[in-house]
Write a protein that binds this ligand. Structure first.
Ligand SMILES: Cc1cc2nc3c(=O)[nH]c(=O)nc-3n(C[C@H](O)[C@H](O)[C@H](O)COP(=O)(O)OP(=O)(O)OC[C@H]3O[C@@H](n4cnc5c(N)ncnc54)[C@H](O)[C@@H]3O)c2cc1C
Length: 443
């Protein structure tokens, strides 16, 4: 009798513990789901929910709630858990590491390009990386696949392919002109040297590409990659500075240089070669052209006196290093607002926008800039335009007041939109198609 009672008590306690664990599990799942759903709502409001390039699509029926995809992703809040299943949150922030794709034990993830709502424009390229214009090739992120390692790999393969069809003799200045010196362009230049091609790389900004425009210093590479004339690059977690050192070392060891601050404006097909023109009026001829220009485009310039000065920038790279300066931020979009707000924490910031009011801003930015202006943290000047940039001041015109004034100034940040790479491609005769959710990596 006593043993029966003891057994009942033991079973009862075990059942109670199990019930507590189950209730705790469901409550914590509910809490997790709530947090992720709130992040999804925020991402939708801020325009970060719809992907702009590659992103993970999760098959809910195959997802078995391991969370391995979230643990594997080097970025933050691209995927979260709702009701125990993986869901995308900030799909537009996905940079395409593909770590989630490989980590999922049930192969529930496919990497896709574009959605039904938002198509992604991509150029046509063949298996050999050649476009519909014979002789013009594309490598790196411009072709759709992001990541430094993919760009390095494609830069190498594209040059190996195009080298197979080079005429033995020609009258062009170069065998190959490489446009852009990000990871794809650098790898292409090294491969060209290895194959003894006469090649040149033209870069509109400076060596390194998009990586150097990240507002963070950490760079992640999920696997090693073979860099021509160097060997295996095994930098899994590195900094922008270390990566730049790698590029400069390998180029200088091989006696190679990139022509920096040299923007390619047009590529024109002549009889058996291409004429490449740059923004500063230089003309080059080449048998083949490799476009390694990424997907970021070219920032629009204002075209005013003094704009070439060193104190002018089109991106905000290391805001934490800028203190106690008089700064003018130009523009009325999210990038301008975010830069003005960030800089205003430790500097005097004037935000100059030629419009009468902001439109199409993320709601969060719209509220933040108006309250910073009314609190006197940012000197907001609507209806104004920069007329010229001098060493210690800028001249500004105010169309509503009908006057011109000078402002003491140390730095100018211009966020006036830009030319998309697609415009550049179309000008060069390259066909583009829109992808509406096509799978790029699939099990
Ligand atoms: C926020 C963010 C974080 C990321 N984090 C990582 C990461 O941690 N790890 C990783 O592997 N990848 C990351 N990526 C992706 C990675 O940056 C890109 O996939 C990679 O840089 C693509 O290399 P690319 O050579 O194809 O193009 P890019 O690096 O974009 O280089 C293109 C170059 O071409 C130049 N150019 C453009 N037009 C012209 C022209 N007309 N004339 C001359 N030059 C021109 C540009 O100035 C640029 O230097 C990240 C991307 C972003 C946006």
């Amino acid at each position: 009798m006593e043993t029966l009672l003891e057994n009942i008590i033991i079973y009862g306690i075990t059942a109670l513990i199990c019930a507590v664990i189950i209730v705790w599990y469901f409550l914590s799942q509910k809490k997790k789901s709530g947090k992720t759903l709130a992040k999804i709502e925020k991402a939708k409001l801020e325009g970060l929910y719809e992907p702009v390039s590659l992103y993970p699509v999760i098959d809910e029926n195959s997802c078995i709630r391991t969370g391995a995809c979230i643990a594997a992703c080097p970025e933050k809040d691209i995927i979260g858990i709702v009701n125990g299943k993986a869901k995308t949150i900030n799909a537009s922030q996905c940079v395409g590491h593909g770590a989630c794709f490989h980590a999922c034990p049930t192969q529930a993830i496919t990497l896709c390009m574009g959605t039904e709502k938002r198509g992604v424009e991509l150029p046509h390229v063949s298996q050999n990386f050649e476009t519909n214009v014979p002789g013009i090739f594309i490598a790196g992120e411009l072709g759709g696949m992001g990541l430094i390692k993919n760009a390095i790999e494609q830069g190498r393969q594209a040059v190996e392919n195009l080298a197979k069809n080079l005429p033995v003799q020609h009258n062009a200045d170069y065998d190959l002109i490489i446009v852009g010196a990000g990871p794809a362009g650098i790898s292409a230049l090294l491969t060209a040297k290895k194959l003894r091609l006469k090649a040149i790389a033209l870069e509109q900004e400076s060596l390194g590409g998009t990586v150097f425009t990240f507002p963070r210093s950490k760079v992640v590479m999920t696997s090693s990659v073979e860099l021509p004339l160097y060997g295996k690059v095994k930098m899994f977690e590195t900094s922008k500075a270390e990566l730049l050192k790698l590029w400069t070392d390998v180029l200088s060891k091989n006696d190679l240089a990139v022509q920096e601050h040299c923007k390619v404006e047009s590529i024109e097909k002549k009889e058996s070669w291409f004429q490449v023109e740059t923004a500063d009026g230089r003309t080059y001829s080449s048998c083949k052209v490799l476009l390694a220009i990424g997907r970021r485009g070219t920032p629009r310039k204002l075209g005013i006196p003094g704009e070439l000065s060193e104190k002018v920038a089109y991106r905000l790279l290391e805001p934490e290093l800028i203190n106690n300066r008089n700064i003018v931020v130009v523009g009325g979009g999210d990038s301008a607002i975010e830069a003005a707000l960030l800089l205003s924490e430790k500097n005097n910031v004037m935000l100059s926008y030629r419009g009468e009011a902001f439109s199409r801003l993320k709601p969060r930015n719209s509220e933040a800039i108006l309250s910073a202006a009314s609190a006197g943290k940012v000197d907001l000047r609507l209806n104004t335009q920069l007329l010229s940039i001098e060493k210690e001041f800028v001249t500004v015109s105010d169309s509503r007041e009908g006057k011109t004034f000078e402002m003491s100034n140390d730095l100018v940040f211009i966020f006036a939109g830009g030319e998309l790479p697609t415009q550049f491609l179309l000008k060069s005769g390259i066909q583009i198609t829109k992808k509406f959710g096509e799978a790029v990596m699939k099990h």
